[in-house]
Design a protein. Structure first.
Length: 476
């Protein structure tokens, strides 16, 4: 292979001429300039082999048209990772960071056909019960709480990823799932720890969600957890099976919703405040630009072909993983030329086809509301450094700012617009099929530890993020 004339077409330090070389989509070099990697990969066709983690090779699709075709054809490109050749043959390291992202779980994300249709219907039916006005109010309350923590009594400096964009979706989701303060604290600790690579975080999350499911059987509420239980008990008469499915669905909603939403909020705010943002354009345009150019879920959506397939003249074996680069597809030069004629929502940041994100509308609502609240509460907010100088998290899976330092004139933020009432029962009497009188405590799928009765031990664990938020909304 001849050396390209454009130095950006080969990543820094990439020996692209070496036989069998696969670019590594992890580490600081990739994070600094992923577009350079994508430009190099595009020279090989609509897809190319890459290492997504040490010792883990995948076929990465960088073409918008090819990505859309794969996402819309689940019969040829199923999502069930139990087909994964290298994993089944013992060639994936047991401690690989790819496993938490790609290993099979019993939820809609990894299901196909009729099983996928049932699991997805349970999620979409539950999400349909979300009140948009209540969601806006809850996002505003979460925003006010977080802004109040850094807007006064200091020198007018904040780091918005850690102090705002990161925790805000966790607060909103804890409310949507109907968490009491203690469980909400541990849900936040668990999901945050998973994305930070903290040992034992998945067990913390699994135990907290198992307790939440047990609680909702005894005390149903007007929340997503109760509705997911209701939907899954319509699918099976086996309660343990339904509860396990609900737990895995909650894990998917949390992992697929919180971190990408944090990234979208941070990037959108940075774009809006950046040196190149045109005056007068609304926040919605900044969110759209973030989704197009900085897709929060950058490389994901594993597919495992049912037969050997041809991708741009290359043969990919049945069962070898094919991942979609949403980031590269959205910035495909062949697509960019026609962006002006495309629907503003034609990006693939939320996927496409039968596995497209079912929570797209609530996610957009939260992101826009969060950025608007930030700008309204702190109208003189400014970036500490140019947008082009901001640093990014070195992850192959996501595109998120590692830090967003800002300055502003210190001020006090008013009290929350609405109080938060966690785990309020939606019904006063047991619901047939949902609240059985002889209910056995559910076991955590992650830990196998049984959940105790009325969460008495929760009184011993106070002071986490969600507990402090609930206390603040009550004026305590």
């Amino acid at each position: 292979m001849s050396q390209p004339t454009d130095p950006r077409s080969i990543p820094p330090g990439c020996p692209a001429h070496a036989p069998g070389f696969n670019p590594q989509l992890y580490g600081p070099d990739f994070a600094v300039d992923p577009e350079a990697y994508y430009a190099h990969l595009r020279k090989q066709g609509p897809s190319a082999p890459v290492d997504i983690a040490p010792g883990v090779e995948v076929e990465l699709v960088t073409s918008y048209d090819a990505a859309l075709h794969i996402l819309q054809n689940p019969a040829t490109f199923p999502r069930d990772s139990r087909r994964w050749n290298a994993l089944n043959e013992g060639r994936v390291p047991a401690d690989s960071p790819a496993l938490p992202m790609m290993a099979w779980r019993r939820n809609a994300l990894f299901a196909d056909g009729a099983d996928h249709a049932k699991l997805r219907q349970a999620v979409t039916a539950a999400l349909a019960t979300v009140d948009e006005r209540a969601l806006i109010r809850q996002t505003q309350a979460s925003a006010d709480y977080l802004i109040s923590g850094f807007s006064s009594d200091r020198d007018g400096r904040a780091e918005l990823m850690a102090e705002y964009a990161g925790p805000l979706p966790l607060l909103v989701f804890s409310h949507l799932f109907g968490c009491p303060p203690d469980i909400g604290d541990r849900v936040i600790t668990g999901i945050s720890g998973i994305f930070e690579g903290i040992a034992g975080a998945d067990e913390v999350l699994g135990q907290a969600l198992a307790e939440l499911i047990s609680l909702k059987h005894r005390r149903p509420g007007d929340d997503l957890t109760t509705e997911l239980i209701r939907q899954h008990m319509l699918l099976t008469s086996e309660q343990h099976e339904a509860d396990e499915a609900v737990l895995q669905q909650l894990v998917t909603l949390l992992s697929g919703g919180t971190a990408p939403l944090s990234a979208a909020i941070g990037t959108s705010a940075a774009l809006y405040l950046g040196e190149d943002w045109p005056t007068g354009l609304p926040v919605e345009d900044a969110v759209s630009q973030a989704l197009w150019s900085y897709a929060p879920i950058a490389n994901y959506a594993g597919h495992y072909p049912s037969v050997d397939i041809e991708l741009g003249g290359r043969t990919v074996r049945a069962g070898d993983p094919v991942l979609i680069s949403f980031a590269a597809a959205n910035t495909d030069p062949r697509l960019t030329e026609h962006r002006a004629q495309l629907n503003s929502k034609a990006h693939l940041a939320f996927g496409a086809g039968p596995h497209a994100c079912p929570a797209k509308d609530p996610a957009l609502l939260i992101a826009v509301t969060a950025v608007e609240c930030l700008l309204n509460r702190l109208p003189d907010l400014e970036l500490d450094e140019p947008f082009s100088a901001l640093s990014w998290v070195p992850s192959p899976w996501s595109r998120a700012l590692s830090a967003l330092p800002v300055g502003f004139a210190p001020r006090s933020v008013p009290a929350a617009p609405i109080p938060y009432e966690p785990a309020a029962p939606a019904v006063s009497q047991p619901t047939p099929g949902l609240n059985p009188p002889a209910y056995e405590p559910v076991a955590s799928v992650s830990t196998g530890v049984e959940v105790e009765g009325e969460l008495d031990q929760g009184k011993k664990r106070k002071g986490g993020l969600f507990s402090r938020f609930v206390a603040w909304t009550r004026g305590e």
